[in-house]
Design a protein. Structure first.
Length: 546
């Protein structure tokens, strides 16, 4: 299949336009057409076949989209059609907007409406949600259904929308893919939780994400022989690493089945994965069920964790289970494109660099900048805590159609020459070597009876006292921004001696930081991305108080 470049929408000098996020996949498909590109539910799809499927959708978008909005959405789980849809949208010169069929319909409708995307690719898992979604749309959509031969009576129910079923998709063999992008053109738009309760749009440009992909591929020396995990939902930005670091070098993307997402050890072995990427909570679940024996994951050469603090005990356990792999802790908000700092774990020396039992987040990638500031935006000294700010080629320029929020989080810092910095809201400190150690969130810094308290400090004591990483300190009750005290939640312990734990807390913490109550739970609640759901714990306390 020939790949051509559509330059009809491009202008000025070619030299100043970054490559599209898609370019690496197209080059890999040309070099390795018969190698596996993805494996989903045991079905292997080669690069040649995935390219053809993407070409069909890209051609359909060009032919049927009622208006060129610059974005296309994908309502799908981790399926072959989802991956083809993302590639097809990029191939048509648009950025993609992932929607999760598991999310409440109102949330998905808000995300789609706010994006302004006029084309929607829907796989079989999203098809059942489609009628309820379309009823909430105030503008017409071109709906592509690559998994449906017959869309039923959707056309009759929703005559304002256009539907393209699988048998109506055009031939993708001669599709012209857009392989260059305007400076600042959006590669993908993700919606994260906002403080107001409304989804907050984060647009990431091709230039932002190309900077990350090139850094990651070179650092991890990815080749076509690698087999890379894909566990993250497509609405989680870490999934971008999985897909495009893999496809950049012609490797194989191995999609973790839904029934193995929380317990993936067997999948890792059977799939002979060489690179693993997940949130740290997965380690705790595997350790709890004794599924991480020493040497049990021998094929891994890289083990990456991101998305929440990595406990030192988790890093040690995983390193022992995957002795041939390098364990790295990555850090980066969505606004800074996947990850922007890293710390390499070493069982012999790294524990001494940990604080409160948490692995450092390390140093910034080449070409990226960090600054730790006080409340008045002045730099702090090494060893002092402050808010982490980030700048560089990976940092986006602001939020989607939200000038007020952009002005709050993207700022010029004194003495930095007018550079734009993203305020992360994360509290860190730097050691004399410049290594960043994570302390918690600015919004996890609470006042208890007038005292300012870091919840991470309380949780560090609880981890040691309870001999488990599954702990959470929740301020409760909270009235007018101040908490009356702390309620601790503990999981992963069979026989919890509360009096012993409280005694240990009294040795390390002032009276106002000692938990008023310790509640033992079977499992910590996790959100859709596998992170600990603190809001669910607070809601439990609120419900118990009613």
């Amino acid at each position: 299949m020939a790949v051509t470049t559509d330059t009809s929408t491009l202008s000025t000098s070619q030299a100043h336009r970054p490559s599209s996020l898609l370019r690496g996949f197209l080059e890999a498909a040309e070099r390795f057409p018969e190698r596996p590109a993805i494996v989903v539910d045991g079905e292997e799809v080669r690069y040649r076949s995935l390219l053809l499927r993407a070409g069909q959708l890209a051609a359909a978008i060009d032919a049927f989209e009622p208006e060129n909005s610059g974005l296309g959405a994908v309502l799908a789980t981790r399926s072959i059609s989802a991956y083809a849809g993302i590639l097809g949208i990029l191939g048509s010169g648009k950025g993609y907007v992932p929607l999760n069929p598991k999310f409440p319909i109102e949330r998905s409708a808000k995300m789609l409406s706010r994006s302004g995307a006029r084309v929607l690719v829907v796989d079989s898992t999203g098809f059942g949600q489609l009628p309820n979604l379309l009823r909430r749309m105030a503008f017409p959509l071109a709906v592509l259904l690559p998994d449906e031969q017959n869309p039923g009576d959707l056309a009759r129910q929703f005559p304002e929308h256009r539907f393209v079923s699988a048998n109506e998709l055009p031939d993708g063999a001669s599709c012209s893919f857009v392989t260059e992008a305007h400076a600042g053109a959006i590669a993908y738009l993700l919606f994260t939780s906002g403080s107001t309760g409304e989804p907050k749009g984060v647009p990431i440009s091709h230039q932002n994400v190309r900077s990350y992909i090139e850094e990651a591929c070179n650092h991890y020396a990815v080749t076509e022989r690698d087999r890379i995990s894909q566990e993250f939902d497509l609405t989680f930005d870490l999934s971008v690493h999985d897909m495009f670091v893999c496809w950049e070098r012609g490797a194989c993307l191995c999609c973790v089945p839904e029934n193995s997402v929380m317990m993936p050890a067997k999948f890792i072995r059977e799939s002979q994965l060489t690179m693993w990427f997940s949130v740290p909570s997965i380690v705790g679940l595997l350790a709890k069920t004794r599924l991480l024996p020493v040497g049990s994951l021998p094929t891994l050469r890289w083990s990456l964790f991101c998305g929440e603090p990595l406990a030192a005990s988790y890093a040690r356990l995983w390193q022992q289970a995957a002795p041939n792999s390098v364990v790295e802790n990555l850090y980066g908000p969505t606004e800074t494109t996947i990850a922007i700092t890293r710390f390499r774990w070493d069982n012999s020396i790294s524990p001494d660099r940990c604080l409160n039992g948490i692995v450092p987040i390390g140093w910034p990638f080449d070409g990226q900048s960090v600054r730790v500031i006080t409340r008045d935006q002045r730099p702090v000294s090494n060893g002092e805590s402050g808010e982490l700010c980030l700048a560089g080629s990976q940092v986006t320029t602001g939020y989607w159609n939200d000038r007020q929020k952009t002005a709050e989080q993207f700022v010029n810092l004194p003495g930095t020459g007018g550079a734009m910095w993203y305020r992360t809201g994360d509290l860190v400190e730097q050691d004399p070597d410049g290594c960043l150690r994570y302390l918690g969130r600015v919004d996890h810094q609470v006042k208890i009876r007038g005292y300012r308290v870091e919840l991470q400090e309380i949780e560090g004591v609880l981890r040691e006292a309870c001999r488990t990483e599954q702990v959470a300190a929740v301020p409760w009750p909270v009235i007018d921004g101040s908490a009356g005290g702390i309620v601790a939640f503990v999981a992963g312990v069979e026989d919890l001696d509360v009096s012993l734990v409280l005694g240990r807390c009294r040795l390390s913490l002032p009276e106002y930081m000692i938990p008023r109550k310790i509640l033992q739970v079977r499992d910590m609640p996790l959100n859709a991305n596998g992170k600990m759901d603190r809001r669910a714990l607070a809601m439990r306390l609120a419900n118990d108080a009613l």
